[in-house]
Design a protein around this ligand. Sequence first.
Ligand code: NAP
Length: 246
Amino acid sequence: MLTGKVCVITGGTRGIGYRIAERMAENGADIAIIARNFKENFVESFKEGLERDFRIRSYKCDVSNFEETKETMDSIIKDFGQIDVLVNNAGIVKDKLILSMKEDDFDDVMNVNLKGAFNTIRHTFSHFAKRRAGSIINISSVSGLLGTAGQANYASSKAGLIGLTKTVARELAQRGVTCNAIAPGFIETDMTNVLSDKLKETYIEQIPMKKFGKTDDIANLAVFLASDSARYITGEVIRVDGGLCM
Ligand code: NAP
């Protein structure tokens, strides 16, 4: 579905981002992965699991840093010659009730989750506009739709991503570039592994499908949104949450 496309995935070293990168590679794409930390031989071990030959490179970058992100996006365009798909997946949590949330807790989460996406988009905007093709996919959260106690920073950043998604969709629509958001519910990753069993049970009780989702559930949708089959879908927010937000 993605033959010949160059896909950039922020936060692609583990969890949802890693699976998106794997599924995109399986579907014919070349892959650029951005994160702050990479395990030794990350690229080699990523390739080992996949049968086909493709280009993959890792880029160490903190997406909350405007200049560092510019250098990274410029390097990717230079190394690969083009960017067709940009997945803004990098995200962090620093959960606390508002009464005990420090200014830094709020700023750090906004800077990675929301400003990080603005930074990558800002530094690829002209590239996408000139090529008159491409897909931008922002990984939001049901937290941004519902609000979650203890997540004033995270929910605000994820709600902000939806506003950013619709704005980018409008600004690039006539250039043939789409921008959509995926709003995952609870997905089994490092981010949710830290929840206590008791809290997990409470959340599962609220999910109509009575289970957490898998990284594949998000990755499969990301592949579709990145493909030409989704070329007339833009400004959309798609929940993948087992019915949590119905
Ligand atoms: P994860 O396992 O914690 O992975 C997060 C990824 O983001 C890592 O690769 C991490 O690498 C990278 N990252 C964090 N800060 C970064 C920064 N400043 N610059 C560049 N990369 C950075 O998270 P996940 O559960 O897969 O979640 C992925 C996305 O889905 C996030 O945006 C999250 O908010 C969203 N989401 C997750 C769930 C869920 O239930 N898991 C639900 C809704 C939405 P480094 O730390 O090395 O930089």
